[in-house]
Ligand binder design. Structure first.
Ligand SMILES: *Cc1c(COP(=O)(O)O)cnc(C)c1O
Length: 398
C-alpha cells in the first residue's frame, strides 16, 4: 500500500475526508487549462454526465448538475439561498447538520420554520403532516444521512409529503451520495447537494447540486441573495457557456472526474454493496468487542457507525492511541461529546485495513481501560499488522 509510505498518510476511518484512490493523485496534476476554454467545458460536462449516471437518472434532460468550488456547506447554502424566494421554508432537523441547514436558512429566508427532534431520533410524520396542513410551505429541506448520529432519514416519506402539499423538497446528501441510493424522481426531490470528499471519494473542496431542470429554470425569477452561491447564476453559466461563473478549482475538477469514473467503472450498485459490506464487517467486529451502537442498525447509513464510548474509556485517550498507529476516527460533537465515537468506512479501504483497524481498536480499548499502562497488554507484540506502520519496511499487505 504505497499510499501510506509515500505520503506518511493516516488511515482515515472518518466520514470524510477519505483516503483517495491512487489515480486521483495523478489526476489533480493532469494539465493546466483555462476555465474559459473548451477543455474545461468538456471536463465539466463529463462530470455532469457521470453524476447523472451515479444518480441512475434515465431521463437525462430532466436533471442538471452544477458544480461549486466550496465544500458541502457551500452547496447547501446555495440551495437554501436560491430556491425559496419569499416563501416559507420548513427545515426538518434531527442533528448537527439539520441544525446547520436551519441556521443557514434563517440567514436567507425570513420565514424559516424548524421541526426539531433530538439528535439521533427519527421524525414523527404525523407532526410534520399537521404542520404542513396548518402552514403554506414552499420548501422542505432535510438531511438524508445525519452524519452526527449515522441515521438515514426517510427520503421517500418526506418526498411524498412535500408532493402532497405542493412544496419543493431539497435534500442535503453530502454524506450519503455515492454510498446510498438517492432516487431523485421517486422521492420527488427538486434539488440535492453533495460534496467531493465523502462517499464519492475525492479530495475536499468541491460540491455540487443536482436538480430538476424545470426547477433550475424557475430560479431566475427570484432575486439573488448571495453573489457567489447563486444557483440561478451557476445554472445560467452552465446552460449558456458550459462553464462556472467564477474561477473553479480546476485540479479538483480533474480529481472529481476521476473519482466518478472509478465509481462508474466499478458499477454503482456494486459500489453501494461494497461499502455496505465493509460497514457490516466493521460492525460485526465491534460487536464482538462488546461495543454498543447509538442507533439501530436498520436505521444506519452504510458509511458510518456511531458507537457508545464504554464507561471505562476516555474518548480522547482512545483517539490518541489509535492515532499513534495512524488511525483516525471521529469523536461525537454537541450533545454526543464524550459519549460516542464514529467509525467511517468510505474511501480507499481494503478488507485488511478493516482487520487492522479492529485489532488496533481492541488493543487501544484494553489500554484505555487499563489506565494507560502499556505493559499490561501482552497481545500487541504478536500482531504482525502493527508492523505496517513501520515506514522503513515494505508493507505486509497490498
Ligand atoms: C460533512 C457534512 C456537511 C458539510 O460538509 P462540508 O464539506 O464540511 O462543508 C453537510 N451535511 C452533512 C450531512 C455532512 O455530513
Amino acid at each position: 500500500m504505497e499510499r501510506y509510505i509515500v505520503l506518511n498518510a493516516q488511515f482515515l476511518f472518518t466520514p470524510g475526508p477519505v483516503n483517495v484512490a491512487e489515480n486521483l493523485r495523478s489526476a489533480v496534476i493532469k494539465s493546466d487549462i483555462c476555465h474559459r476554454e473548451l477543455e474545461f467545458d468538456t471536463l465539466l460536462s463529463n462530470i455532469e454526465h457521470k453524476i447523472l449516471s451515479l444518480f441512475q437518472i434515465e431521463k437525462r434532460n430532466r436533471y442538471r448538475v452544477v458544480v461549486i468550488t466550496g465544500s458541502g456547506t457551500a452547496a447547501n447554502e446555495s440551495m437554501l439561498s436560491s430556491v425559496a424566494g419569499q416563501g416559507d421554508v420548513l427545515i426538518l432537523s434531527n442533528g448537527e447538520f439539520g441544525e446547520r441547514l436551519a441556521n443557514t436558512s434563517k440567514i436567507h429566508n425570513a420565514h424559516t420554520h424548524v421541526i426539531e427532534k433530538p439528535w439521533g431520533k427519527g421524525f414523527d410524520l404525523s407532526q410534520i403532516e399537521a404542520f404542513l396542513d396548518a402552514h403554506k410551505v414552499s420548501v422542505i429541506a432535510m438531511v438524508h444521512h445525519e452524519t452526527c448520529s449515522g441515521m438515514l432519514n426517510p427520503l421517500h416519506l418526506i418526498g411524498a409529503l412535500a408532493q402532497k402539499h405542493g412544496a419543493l423538497f431539497i435534500v442535503d446528501g453530502v454524506s450519503s451520495v455515492g454510498a446510498e441510493p438517492v432516487d431523485m424522481e421517486g422521492c420527488n426531490i427538486a434539488f440535492c447537494s453533495s460534496s467531493s470528499s465523502k462517499a464519492i471519494g475525492s479530495y475536499p473542496g468541491l460540491s455540487f447540486v443536482i436538480g430538476q431542470t424545470i426547477q433550475f429554470e424557475k430560479l431566475k425569477h427570484h432575486k439573488p441573495k448571495t453573489t457567489y452561491l447563486d444557483l440561478a447564476l451557476f445554472y445560467r453559466f452552465l446552460t449558456t457557456t458550459g462553464q462556472t461563473p467564477n474561477t473553479p478549482a480546476i485540479p479538483l475538477f480533474f480529481a472529481l472526474d476521476q473519482a466518478l469514473t472509478n465509481i462508474l467503472s466499478e458499477g454503482v450498485v456494486k459500489r453501494f454493496d461494497v461499502i455496505r459490506q465493509r460497514a457490516n464487517d466493521l460492525r460485526r467486529g465491534m460487536l464482538k468487542l462488546n461495543l454498543k451502537f447509538l442507533i439501530d442498525e436498520k436505521d444506519m447509513c452504510s458509511i458510518l457507525t456511531t458507537v457508545h464510548v464504554p464507561w471505562s474509556v476516555n474518548v480522547s485517550d482512545l483517539r490518541r492511541r489509535l492515532r499513534e498507529n495512524g488511525i483516525i476516527i471521529y469523536e461525537g460533537k454537541g450533545c454526543f461529546k464524550d459519549k460516542v465515537f464514529q467509525v467511517g468506512n468510505i474511501g480507499e479501504m481494503t478488507d485488511l485495513d478493516i482487520i487492522f483497524f479492529l485489532q488496533n481498536l481492541e488493543v487501544a480499548l484494553l489500554k484505555c481501560q487499563a489506565g494507560g499502562n502499556d505493559d499490561v497488554d501482552p497481545i500487541r507484540k504478536s500482531w504482525p499488522t502493527l508492523k505496517l506502520l513501520d515506514q522503513s519496511e515494505e508493507p505486509a499487505i497490498s
